[in-house]
Design a protein around this ligand. Structure first.
Ligand SMILES: *Cc1c(COP(=O)(O)O)cnc(C)c1O
Length: 384
């Protein structure tokens, strides 16, 4: 691995040493007493992060696997789903529905805009949907969905609210029960600071009632009912991602030692400072939305520059790895992860590296302006 390699993607994220070390522990029997205790412990300490009293289902899967799981457990041949999209992951959710033969409508909004709740309400008046699917934290544009308002819209209806919080959970607030979110899926490699490979799902009583009807798209590996039945015996139905559960226990120690409210406040404060610093060197926030993410920063690249060139230069000169865009925003938007194990130094270093490479790419700005703006932002937002 190159010296000084800095993984600054919006996932997978940097895995702290203590988590990496935990994943190297002896593999034990996944149906034995040691592992059962760990699974139960992980579940209990994940619940406050989801803001739920639901059981937490564990899968060996990437985030997209969990998105597919959410679709196949809810979709049925006789009902329709509504996918609200305003970015790449929202479109992926709808593509999964298409691939598995679900019946669905798409409600597309401009990328980088907030979700127009009135437009969602309008659709719901036109048709009865079994569920509304939305991305909690749209990582391609760094916009957060207002799940509290969407939940309020659906609470007294038969329609479920299903969300992908792969890049949100543990970095931005999630109050599943209070907001009335029926299915939350997530994964290990973002704000949970773990290696990729562990998928999570939390399912409300209202959603279980729908799943219990047994009319959903056929599923075996993804079948939530099968996973719940095993969980009731303290197990997973198939071999779980044992090393990542070890890592997760460590991550949960870290999160709860810092305190969840403090973790979330740190994400808010540092992401805001990074945005302020970037704006001061001519890289403004992408899009028109106001519900900005705390776990990823999406920046507009000036017209005369190519975002891919910035990504490449940061890697070549500093071994700093950020993301461009692998979609219709390609070249126009760069993205930096602000989740998991990161601090003031992390974002100040990001800005220092950006300030180092941008002049060579022909971009003019006041040297030092990015770091100064970030420092001012940090000074104005006391650490909690
Ligand atoms: C990272 C991410 C995923 C998961 O992608 P995988 O590569 O399948 O793990 C899903 N949804 C969102 C919003 C993400 O940011």
């Amino acid at each position: 691995m190159p010296d000084g390699y800095r993984l600054r993607l919006p996932g997978p994220t940097f895995v702290p040493a203590r988590i990496r070390q935990a994943t190297a522990r002896l593999i034990v029997n996944h149906r034995g007493p040691e592992f059962r205790a760990m699974l139960a412990d992980a579940e209990e300490r994940l619940k406050p992060i989801f803001g739920t009293r639901n059981r937490i289902l564990f899968f060996a899967a990437s985030g997209s696997g969990m998105m597919e799981a959410a679709v196949v457990n809810i979709a049925s041949p006789d009902t329709e789903l509504l996918f609200v999209t305003h970015g790449q992951f929202g479109e992926r959710f709808a593509s999964i529905a298409a691939a598995v033969g679900a019946r669905y409508d798409r409600l597309d909004m401009p990328w980088g805009s907030d979700i127009d709740i009135d437009a969602v309400a309008g659709r719901l008046r036109e048709k009865t949907y079994r569920a509304v699917f939305v991305i909690h934290n749209e990582s391609s544009t760094a916009i957060v969905a207002d799940l509290a308002r969407l939940g309020a819209l659906l609470r007294d209806t038969s329609t479920l609210l299903v969300t992908d919080s792969v890049s949100g959970l543990a970095g931005i607030e999630m109050k599943q029960d209070e907001w009335g979110v029926d299915v939350v899926v997530s994964a290990s490699q973002k704000a949970l600071m773990c290696p990729p490979g562990l998928g999570l799902a939390s399912v409300s009583a209202k959603a279980w009632e729908v799943i219990e009807r047994g009319d959903h798209i056929p599923a075996f590996y993804w079948d939530f009912k099968r996973v719940l039945a095993s969980l009731e015996k303290g197990e997973t139905p198939f071999t779980p991602a044992v090393p990542i559960v070890y890592g997760l226990i460590e991550a949960l120690d870290m999160i709860h030692a810092e305190g969840l409210p403090r973790v979330l406040a740190r994400h808010r404060r540092l992401s805001a400072a990074l945005r302020d610093g970037a704006a001061a060197i001519g890289l403004p926030v992408f899009g028109t939305g106001s519900n900005l993410s705390s776990t990823v920063v999406a920046l507009s690249v000036p017209r005369e520059m190519d975002g891919a060139a910035i990504v490449k230069a940061l890697y070549q000169r500093h071994r700093t790895v950020i993301a461009g865009s692998r979609n219709k925003l390609s070249g126009r938007v760069i993205r930096i992860g602000t989740m998991g194990d990161f601090d003031e130094d992390t974002i100040l270093t990001d800005l220092a590296h950006l300030e180092n490479v941008l002049p060579d790419l022909g971009h003019a700005f006041t040297p030092g302006a990015g770091i100064a703006a970030a420092r001012a932002s940090l000074a104005g937002s006391a650490r909690s």
